[in-house]
Design a protein around this ligand. Sequence first.
Ligand code: AP5
Ligand code: MG
Length: 215
Amino acid sequence: MNIILFGPPGAGKGTQAKKMVDYYRIPQISTGDILRANVREGTELGLAAKKYMDKGELVPDEVLIGIIKNRLKEQDCEKGFILDGYPRTIPQADALAVILDEINKPIDAVLNLEVPDEELVERISGRLMCNCGASYHRTFNPPKKDEICDICGGKVFQRADDKEEAVKTRLSVYKKQTEPLIDYYAKQGVLITLDGTKDIDEVFEEIKAVLAKFA
Ligand code: AP5
Ligand code: MG
């Protein structure tokens, strides 16, 4: 099953992707997580990406296209994948189509999680992250033990780009550069829009229902 999880910052892509990984046993490919790991490790890619990410801007297309091209060819994508945070521009989507054509893995569905702006801001400002990729929310989805990740026991923290200024930029970048992909995938007949305002488990139930025919 080859899936794109789509939606604005804070829509719940990462949260749902983690549940899908457990349920469908296919990998999550989060470009945000890949970039953040590079920033943490101080790689050349990380150093170049950080200045865009901290401001809430997109990292240049050619960087992301290179990352995705390599990642999708890895063995664990054989039975499918969940793209989280890619594509985010029309050139990224066009490049993806070429890559997927080469490896003969067409997209089955683009799940578009719809959440209004006010709620996105509330979610992002309360988010807590762990270096293992887990994501929590101070109120809606707190870790079981204060400040400690349920999954790996690491200390959770606020993401550098979850500060107010960067959040505003991320939302406007989404509208300008990423939202046009909704039409792009609707025209291809693969777009499925879901109400992302329901609680985390309800959204996941809907995802399972709409993906039943592909599983
Ligand atoms: P990325 O890491 O992809 O960030 P994003 O798209 O801004 O999305 P988020 O991770 O903020 O939100 P999410 O939808 O995953 O929500 P989550 O599940 O965490 O990208 C970061 C940066 O990297 C970009 O700004 C850019 O610079 C760069 N980048 C990455 N990919 C790129 C690309 N392809 N091209 C160029 N640059 C790229 O949930 C949010 C919060 O809400 C959490 O606290 C969660 O617990 C809570 N929550 C989730 N679901 C619910 C619910 N149903 N009800 C209540 N609370 C909920
Ligand atoms: Mg995310």
